[in-house]
Design a protein around this ligand. Structure first.
Ligand SMILES: [Zn+2]
Length: 181
């Protein structure tokens, strides 16, 4: 899936979890983790491309965005359930609390598994243990992409009707103001 839809799905999930369960999830941080795999996978080459464009001019990147090698396969690493599980466990141990916002990263991987095909970045979700992947429906297939945004529109309409799109802090301030003498 593309990065905007990832962000919207993560925000919807974080808002729903915060409202419907006792767990409080900071939506902004959840969205950051929800787009993190693609930022990690494509960010370095995009930054290098912008830097080349600024300092060397347009012809320097005429052949496409440069490849950046950091000694690590960033795309499969960022989209691996194995890497996620290790990172989640490490952060939980260090922070001594469950970083619920990091589940945005998990959601990203789970969404990418069926929405990529063998012809384009099939998600190797068990990397580096296995290269197994799923030949899913490529997210840019027009009917599928349209259906994704129609589904997102319905989800956000439902959230709006429940009043869950209002910031809880704002409601708290209003409730507090009502009690003030
Ligand atoms: Zn992705």
């Amino acid at each position: 899936m593309e990065i905007v839809a990832h962000g919207l799905w993560t925000a919807a999930g974080a808002i729903t979890a915060s409202r419907a369960t006792p767990v409080r999830i900071r939506t902004t941080w959840a969205v950051w983790w929800g787009v993190f795999p693609d930022v990690l996978a494509f960010g370095p080459s995009m930054i290098a491309g912008v830097a080349l464009l600024l300092f060397r001019g347009r012809e320097a990147i005429s052949a496409g965005a440069p490849h950046v090698h950091l000694g690590l396969s960033l795309y499969p690493a960022a989209h691996s359930l194995v890497v996620f599980a290790l990172a989640f466990a490490a952060v939980t141990l260090v922070a001594r609390r469950v970083m619920w916002e990091m589940l945005g990263w998990l959601l990203h991987i789970l969404i990418d598994i069926p929405t990529h095909s063998y012809s384009y970045y099939a998600t190797r979700f068990l990397w580096p243990v296995s290269d197994v992947g799923v030949n899913g429906i490529a997210w840019w297939t027009p009917w599928f992409w349209g259906t994704t945004y129609a589904a997102l529109a319905l989800v956000y309409l439902a959230l709006w009707r429940k009043g869950w799109l209002k910031r809880p802090e704002v409601e708290g301030v209003r409730a507090g103001a009502g009690n003030a003498p």
